[in-house]
Design a protein around this ligand. Structure first.
Ligand code: GTP
Ligand code: MG
Length: 422
């Protein structure tokens, strides 16, 4: 099974707190401020690992948290930076923001790296705030707190060639004879439930072939899990369109060909433009004359060349490999998925929400408050005065009054609580 879509939660490290400290030596009882800055939190980084083929490892581990930055220290010591958390994913992993459903990164090549979330900034220590007028600032800054976010990882297989066709036409059998893959083969439709990949060697070159589960009419709308399968063909450069020439099970080569093509087109216009080679399978099941007749009629009707194979006795296989490689060499690699510049890692510094708690306290939350609070250490009286002034200036007191705030009511902001006096 190829696990190809998983939702995980990620969180960058918080920034460390700035330190409040004053130099104290035998000689100087009250020296200058020497509180160092807090360290930045660690980033969340995605990196491709060419040895991974699936998203299996995310089946049980779904939560990833980078290390917090350490607090600043005395003697101007900056806190240690939190370690980045590097999450390894297979090549071909696409990262999607589940909120907007937009692709935020496409990790296609072997050395792709993507910083999804930056760690919180460390707060400044009191040494930072020393100015000519304020020689002994007794406050520092909090580290920036980061939020937990969710992302979807989706693995799109990177195959050069996709085997497409109705169920039971012999796709897996072909893959097993041209490549190192060992797919399940059986005489009933939908034997293949998950796509298989195989590497084909031809004249010292290799290409990757994906065996897609059988498609049926309505696949583009999801019949027979078609939608799920077609996704895997999106990035192939060449489609081998397999058709059972024996017309067993009441199949018809013309309607089969047209139905599959119409499903590809309904799924995506791009997919219908992907170059194709039509391959007739199971040629051993009809007479040579009948085969010639059908091939001729087909090629005339659609004005295309076709290949004929019999996988079971390895007939036409070398020719098919050569023609596939020849064709592949003429088709450029598809460009990576377009990544919209979607600002995933924006920090909310503007929102303000006002609510009334069950106990009647007025609660203020939001990114603007978080950001503002970083600059305030409330054990310091001057800082607290500044805090109240700013609440007024920011219009928050007015917002609270609109909600009915009056003298004597409690205002609660994060873990700070105080009585409002008009
Ligand atoms: N006579 C004959 N039988 C074949 C040939 N290729 C495949 N078959 C048989 O056809 C049946 C279906 O083959 P698969 O390779 O499983 O077909 P598939 O297209 O992968 O089918 P799904 O995975 O169900 O979509 C099996 O019984 C195969 O042995 C062939 O060239 N000649
Ligand atoms: Mg199969």
């Amino acid at each position: 099974m190829i696990l190809d879509r998983v939702k995980i939660s990620i969180k960058a490290g918080n920034g460390g707190k700035g330190s409040v400290s004053f130099l104290r030596t035998k000689a100087t009882m009250y020296g200058g401020p020497d509180g160092g800055d807090g360290g930045n939190g660690g980033n969340i980084v995605f990196k491709t690992n060419k040895d991974m083929n699936t998203l299996y490892s995310f089946r049980f581990k779904k939560k990833f948290v980078a290390e917090n930055g350490s607090d600043g220290n005395r003697s101007n010591m900056t806190g240690a930076r939190g370690k980045d958390l590097v999450i390894e994913v297979p090549c071909g992993t696409v990262i999607i923001d589940p909120v907007s459903n937009e692709v935020i990164a496409d990790l296609e090549s072997e050395d792709s790296v993507f910083v999804a979330l930056k760690g919180g900034l460390g707060g400044h220590g009191n040494a930072y705030y020393k100015t000519s007028v304020k020689q002994a600032p007794a406050f520092s800054q909090m580290g920036e707190e980061t939020k937990q976010r969710e992302v979807i990882l989706e693995l799109k297989m990177i195959a050069d060639v996709g085997l497409v066709g109705f169920p039971n036409v012999g796709k897996s059998t072909l893959l097993s004879v041209i490549s190192n893959a060992n797919p399940k083969i059986a005489n009933y439709p939908f034997t293949t439930i998950y796509p298989n990949l195989g590497v084909v060697e031809c004249h010292g070159k290799t290409f990757v072939v994906a065996d897609i589960p059988g498609l049926i009419e309505g696949a583009s709308q999801g019949y027979g899990l078609g939608h799920y399968f077609l996704k895997h063909v999106e990035r192939v450069r060449l489609i081998l369109h397999l058709i059972d020439i024996s017309q067993s099970e009441g199949r018809d080569i013309f309607s089969d060909y047209e139905t599959i093509n119409s499903e590809l087109k309904k799924y995506s216009e791009d997919l219908s433009k992907t170059p194709q080679i039509v391959v007739f399978t199971k040629c051993d099941m009809i007479s040579e004359e009948e085969k010639e007749r059908r091939v001729k009629e087909f090629e005339k009707r659609y004005q295309i060349d076709t290949l004929q194979i019999c996988s079971i006795v390895h007939e036409g296989i070398e020719n098919l490999k050569n023609k596939t490689l020849e064709k592949l060499l003429t088709i450029p690699k598809k460009p990576p998925i377009k990544v919209t510049k979607h600002d995933f890692d924006t920090k909310d510094k503007t929102s303000v929400f006002v609510d009334i708690d069950e106990d009647g306290a007025f609660v203020v939350t939001g990114g603007k408050i978080d950001n503002f609070l970083r600059g305030v250490i409330l054990s310091d009286a001057r800082s607290f005065a500044y805090f109240q002034d700013r609440l007024n200036q920011m219009g928050i007191i007015d917002m609270l009054k609109e909600k009915g705030l009056k003298t004597g009511d409690i205002i609660r902001i994060k873990d700070i609580e105080f009585e409002y006096l008009d």
